[in-house]
Design a protein around this ligand. Structure first.
Ligand code: UD1
Ligand code: CA
Length: 519
């Protein structure tokens, strides 16, 4: 029976990141770097991986899943030392161990699975993962003898010019027989240059052992080999993972118009036939339904879920907000801690003022409500189903708008209800006097605040009437014009008919003149 334990090395200081944050907590598409290594261990079937922490351990530890066995490496004396410090956390010395570095987040699960399969299939003592890089600088080089057998891994700091020219590098993950690993590590000496105990030095020791076998598996694609030591490498890793995420959504039937400018985090679900327009940011945990249109320039933050056929347009930011079907949030809005029911229209520039400086408060917008452009909803507040807020309204907190109620102004005053039923009293703290209870039908001033559809219908009826009137007036005016035109035409005809006679008269005049000149 094969038993596989796993350990993840995450104790290093990450000096080259130039950061106060431990390297493994830097995020890649919405999750800390170390999460990717934990994924790999889980996909290898390891239920309780050992994570070796050191630098910033107090920050990393709380973020790890409960099942993880945490080991503290008191001093970061090298990757070999890190493995040795986890000796006690290992269950026995039987079986094999998978060692992962927490700073190679681009590794694919399938690649590591292949590495493990190959290790067990070949009965190897130790199996490495390699990649051939055009620029191998910074990585440990895999040294082979004339027959191609691996004889060791040479770290860059220790390598001579010939060794530095080797393009085959050590990606990091190693599967090794546990007993061999521990025995060999006990005799590995710290390096001459860095004074660190390198894990990679075990290879030359194992290579010299009688009957030991070292096999090498290659990565599926070069990008997998990227180790993150600097911000430049972090940026590259983010680019690669972002592209992988986009490809997965494209594969699932989502249109992403410009993958280059679309940032979708890990753990986002998007339904079929939804279109994501350029320059859109969708953060971890967001779920979007089918046939939606998102962006351009939309930002959907954590805790956002959107049902089907909804449109979120440019410069809309949503956080901790649930949005129903067929909702329109087309331009320049901020909705935080909000529940938006089906068929709501959120006018341009609508803002939920959800934060009072201490606490965040909820906003509820009922089915079919029409929020006028530039409305400010001061939370906690509710807008009832079918209600309307006029353009520029400021709805004060706790001054709920009743179902089908119409409010306008700053602070928003009730104007009645759309259906004409008894309007409920809407209390408000108006500077221009106490709240007025309003009953009966909506005032005649309402049209400016009517829902878009009825407003357009009314307007189009008016427009048709006006154009009919205009046509009648034009026809009336056209009559005398036509008469005059006919008169002109007749005169012309007469003139034309008269032409030959006139020409003769002119000729006569000319000959008379000529004659008088001769005289
Ligand atoms: C390491 C390998 C190198 C390989 C490269 C791949 C060694 C000696 N070298 O180099 O062969 O090509 O990764 O990216 O292993 N860590 C600890 N404790 C320590 C030191 C490091 O836990 O005392 C952890 C780090 O947090 C990191 C990982 O081990 O996650 C690798 O350490 P790092 O210093 O980044 O090694 P590299 O120089 O990149
Ligand atoms: Ca590294």
């Amino acid at each position: 029976m094969r038993t596989l334990q796993a350990m993840i090395l995450a104790a290093g200081a990450g000096t080259r990141m130039k950061s106060h944050l431990p390297k493994v907590l830097h995020t890649i598409c919405g999750r800390p770097m170390i999460a990717y290594a934990l994924d790999i261990a889980a996909s290898a079937g390891v239920k309780q991986p050992i994570v070796i922490l050191g630098h910033g351990a107090e920050l990393v530890k709380p973020l790890l899943p409960k099942e993880v066995k945490v080991v503290i490496q008191a001093k970061q004396l090298g990757t070999g030392d890190a493995v040795l410090s986890a000796k006690r956390a290992l269950t026995g010395t039987m079986g094999d161990v998978l060692i992962l570095y927490a700073d190679t987040p681009l590794l694919r699960r399938t690649t590591v699975q292949k590495l493990i399969e190959s290790h067990f299939k070949t009965g190897a003592t130790c199996t490495l993962l390699s990649a051939h890089l055009a620029d191998p600088s910074g990585y440990g080089r895999i040294a082979r003898n004339e027959t191609g057998q691996v004889v060791g891994i040479v770290e860059e700091a220790e390598a001579n010019a010939v060794q530095r020219a080797i393009r085959e590098i050590n990606v990091g993950p190693i599967v090794c027989k546990l007993q061999v690993l521990l025995d060999v590590l006990a005799v590995v000496q710290p390096s001459a240059t860095k004074k660190e105990r390198y894990l990679t030095n075990i290879i030359s020791h194992i290579a010299r052992q009688e009957g030991a076998k070292i096999t090498v598996t290659r990565v599926e694609e070069i990008s997998e080999a990227l180790g993150i030591n600097s911000r430049t490498e972090l940026a590259r890793a983010i680019g690669v993972i972002r592209q992988r995420i986009v490809e997965a959504h494209l594969h699932n039937g989502v249109t992403i118009e410009d993958p280059q400018t679309t940032c979708i985090d890990h753990g986002v679900s998007i339904g079929m036939d939804t279109i994501v327009h350029p320059c859109t940011v969708i953060e971890t945990g967001v779920s979007i339904g089918k046939r939606c249109s998102i962006g351009p320039f939309a930002r959907l933050r954590s805790g956002v879920s959107i049902a089907d056929e909804t449109r979120i347009g440019n410069f809309a930011e949503l956080v901790r907000t649930k949005v129903g079907t067929r909702v329109r949030i087309n331009h320049m809005s901020y909705l935080g801690d909000t529940m938006v029911e089906d068929d709501v229209n959120i006018g341009a520039g609508t803002i939920t003022a959800n934060y009072d400086g201490t606490n965040k408060h909820p906003t509820h917008i009922g089915k079919g409500a029409f929020i006028g452009a530039d409305t400010v909803l001061i939370a906690p507040v509710k807008v009832g189903p079918g209600a309307v807020t006029g353009a520029g309204s400021v709805v004060p907190k706790a001054h709920d708008v009743p179902a089908k109620g119409v409010v306008v102004g700053v602070p928003a005053r009730p104007l009645g209800t759309l259906a004409g039923g008894p309007a409920r009293r809407v209390v408000h703290s108006s500077a221009d006097g106490p709240a007025r209870p309003l009953n009966g039908k909506a005032s005649t001033a309402v049209p400016a605040a009517l829902p878009a559809r009825s407003r357009t219908r009314e307007h189009s009826a008016k427009r048709v009437a006006a154009s009919v009137r205009r046509k009648v007036v034009l026809k009336k005016r056209a009559k005398p014009v036509a008469k005059a035109a006919r008169r002109v035409r007749l005169r012309m005809k007469r003139v034309l008919r008269a032409k030959p006679a006139r020409r003769a008269a002119a000729r006569k005049r000319i000959t008379m003149k000529k004659r008088s000149h001769r005289r």
